[in-house]
Design a protein around this ligand. Structure first.
Ligand SMILES: Nc1ncnc2c1ncn2[C@@H]1O[C@H](COP(=O)(O)OP(=O)(O)OP(=O)(O)O)[C@@H](O)[C@H]1O
Ligand SMILES: [Mg+2]
Length: 620
């Protein structure tokens, strides 16, 4: 049962109040209208009663009053009038006689009255004698008072009735509808995702859901809505869980993938032109590749992070984000100092993702391979050249050996006859008593040619008879000074010496003297008595080699002769045999060194003899 307290507490139940107010208004209006009708009917009835009283006076009293007047019995007349006055609503009666005298009863009134007049006359013979006028005044005050009393009673009764009915309606409305509405309101107010476990229940309606009245339909609808919602939420929860799981998997994959991954968003200027991009997300591999932490780059633009990033790279990525056409390229990214394989694609407009693979190791391996390949080619070339040189040397050695044998036997056979010719020529020159100039000239020519022939034979013997050097510690400065003093150098040639440091080489003094002497002779020959001869000695290759340079400002060597000059018997000189440089080459070679030549025709030549420097023996 509904508790009274609960009922009172819910008196501010607005729907009920509104409902009751409407009932009150309607019932009051009806009461008012009913009362008005009733009053108007009562009023008409009272008026009718007054008129019927007037008629009754006419019918019942007028004759007797006329008779009383006829006999002029005033006392009786007054009694009669008083009798009439007692009739309902009669206020005042007045008889006006012919002489204008008046007999009246009651209190005269002018307001709220109805008046009626009766002519009083008597037939006497054939004449009608006028006796006077009876004026009857009926008061309406009694009518009004009665009406008022009625109104008061009616309204009082109606008010009490309406109050009782309203209270009854309120209680009934509250019991039947109001409390359930409040329950529904409370249920709806507290309805949330966390409190959906309880269905809506209305007291007194639980078992009667199948009755299908409006409330039970409402309860049923709310509960089925709740069930649908629960099902939907369960479905959504399930989907959300699946989504979270796949997101977790993707995130894990994203973070753990070995390739660097970064998602970017295009930044546009005010006029809409794209000009930069900002980092939205990066994975761990990206952090490792670039050396930049997530926290430092997320939300920042690439130009904030790499102010000197190549503009062309930014443009390439912006193009991908706008055209949504993926690109792939390999590039050495200066900003991170690595070779990267870059794949860029756009997952949605104005965004692009970049996948980076560090290919620095591969590139390095490729470069090393290329280097090694080139080096291999160099090695092969060097070996080929060495082989060719060795072959040439072998050929030259063979040639020299043959030449040596020939030279040995020829020189043996020719030396004695040449010595005989030489001494005979001297004898002839000194024994002829009066020789003419012509004879002397011819004898001297014989002596000259014998000398030349002897020189050729000696050179041949030098060339073919170079033995293994007898090495000793030689001071290069001393060596050069000695040679310069021994070689014939015309005074017209300036000699410039650059020998500041003391350099020691292991060498055969006589053989090296032959080398430097031959080179100086060639330089002097090339300068034709004027020019500068520069002699210098220095160390090279971290002190491992000594370099002796003989430089002249002479005629120079034609490029096509450079490869020929070290071959025996190559000479461009009228008196030259072409053995000098061959001997130099042989000797230097036997000392573990080599000769280089640079020359410019018309400007001069430079011969550099490289010899290993002397190393003190430390092992005792
Ligand atoms: N300093 C130089 N300037 C210009 N040409 C040179 C120089 N040294 C050598 N030559 C050229 O190299 C050739 C060969 O020199 P090499 O010393 O072997 O023979 P030669 O000087 O001609 O004769 P030989 O030395 O046997 O008397 C020379 O004939 C000359 O053409
Ligand atoms: Mg020479």
């Amino acid at each position: 049962m509904v508790k009274v307290g609960e009922l009172i507490a819910n008196l501010n139940f607005k729907v009920a109040r509104k409902f009751i107010l409407h009932i009150l208004l309607i019932s009051s209006s009806i009461t008012l209208i009913g009362t008005s009708v009733q009053l108007s009917m009562d009023y008409s009835k009272d008026l009718e009663t007054i008129h019927s009283t007037f008629h009754q006076i006419d019918v019942s009293y007028r004759q007797s009053i006329t008779n009383t007047l006829w006999v002029s019995n005033i006392e009786v007349l007054k009694i009669q009038l008083k009798g009439i006055l007692k009739l309902r609503d009669m206020q005042h009666l007045e008889v006006v006689l012919e002489d204008k005298s008046r007999i009246q009863v009651g209190k005269p009134e002018t307001k709220y009255v109805i008046k009626h007049e009766y002519i009083m006359s008597k037939n006497f013979g054939n004449r009608e004698i006028h006796l006077g006028v009876l004026r009857v005044t009926a008061s309406l005050r009694g009518v009004y008072r009665r009406l008022l009393e009625k109104v008061v009673v009616i309204l009082l009764i109606q008010a009490i009735k309406t109050f009782i009915v309203s209270v009854a309606i309120f209680v009934l409305f509250y019991i039947i509808v109001g409390r359930h509405l409040q329950t529904i309101v409370r249920y709806a107010k507290s309805f949330s995702l966390n409190s959906m476990d309880k269905p809506l229940r209305l007291r007194g309606y639980e078992e009667k859901l199948d009755e299908r009245n409006e409330l039970s339909i409402l309860v049923h609808s709310v509960n089925s809505m709740r069930n649908n919602l629960i099902r939907e939420i369960e479905k959504r929860d399930q989907a959300e869980k699946q989504l979270q799981e796949s997101e977790r998997q993707l995130r894990l994959m994203f973070m753990e993938m070995s390739a660097g991954f970064a998602l970017h968003e295009v930044i546009r200027k005010m006029d809409g032109t794209p000009h930069d991009y900002r980092f939205l997300d990066v994975n761990s591999a990206f952090e490792q590749l670039t050396g930049l932490g997530r926290a430092k780059i997320i939300g920042k633009s690439v130009q904030d992070i790499f102010p000197y990033v190549e503009k062309q790279l930014i443009d390439t990525f912006l193009e991908v984000a706008i055209s949504r056409v993926p690109v792939s390229f390999e590039r050495h990214v200066k900003a991170v100092g690595k070779h990267l394989q870059v794949v860029a694609y756009s997952p949605q407009k104005d965004r692009f993702a970049v996948i980076l693979l560090d290919i620095s190791k591969r590139k390095k391996a490729e470069e090393e391979l290329a280097k090694y390949r080139n080096h291999l080619e160099e090695i092969v070339f060097e070996r080929t050249m060495e082989l060719r040189n060795a072959h040439e040397k072998l050929l030259a050695a063979e040639r020299l050996a043959t030449l040596g044998k020939v030279a040995g036997s020829i020189s043996h056979e020719l030396r004695n006859p040449l010595a005989v010719i030489d001494s005979s020529a001297y004898y002839l020159k000194s024994s002829i008593k009066s020789p003419n100039q012509r004879t002397i000239k011819h004898i001297e020519r014989i002596i000259m040619q014998v000398k030349h022939s002897t020189a050729i034979i000696e050179s041949l013997l030098d060339l073919t008879g170079i033995s293994a050097p007898n090495k000793e510690k030689l001071d290069l400065v001393d060596l050069l000074e000695t040679i310069v003093s021994r070689v014939m150098i015309p005074k017209t040639i300036d000699i410039c010496k650059k020998m500041e440091e003391r350099i020691f080489v292991p060498g055969d003094f006589r053989q090296l003297e032959m080398v430097i002497g031959n080179l100086i002779k060639n330089a002097v020959d090339a300068m034709d008595n004027q020019g500068v001869l520069t002699l210098s000695a220095q160390t090279s290759e971290n002190g491992k080699f000594a370099e002796i340079a003989i430089k002249d400002t002479g005629s120079g060597i034609l490029p096509e002769h450079i490869s020929e000059i070290f071959k025996p018997l190559f000479s461009t000189k009228a008196q030259g045999i072409g053995f000098g440089l061959s001997i130099c080459h042989q000797i230097v070679d036997k000392h573990g060194g080599f000769i280089d030549v640079t020359s410019e025709p018309g400007k001069g030549s430079s011969f550099i003899v490289k010899l290993p420097v002397y190393e003190e023996k430390t092992d005792g």
